[in-house]
Ligand binder design. Sequence first.
Ligand SMILES: [Cu+2]
Length: 128
Amino acid sequence: MDADEFIAKWQVSGGNERANTQLFITDLCRLLDVDQPLVLPTDTKIRFVITADDVIHSWWVPALGWKQDAIPGIVNEAWTDIKEPGLYRGQCAELCGKDHGFMPIVVKAVPRAEFRKWLAAQRATTTN
Ligand SMILES: [Cu+2]
């Protein structure tokens, strides 16, 4: 569903305001979700090395406090040290093309012990 379809559906949907609000929240969450979040450990200084292979994007998760361009042929960097476990959401902040509106970012920050378990599970599935 693109933005125009969403607005049209919102405007013509029947039912009460509560149902409309639920529809809005459901669709908004779906558009801001990803297939696989970036899983990171908390209490760890993490360096991001950022580039792109097609057009200029901009990696932006507001709660991390910075935004960094991803440019083909250029390597940019940034860092973070997340203290609180949780989901941190963001989006591409550059008008990068027709699919720009569908470039959500989700960072899932977990305690270090949980991250080590997740990493071991990932390695087990990729080596088998
Ligand atoms: Cu983009």
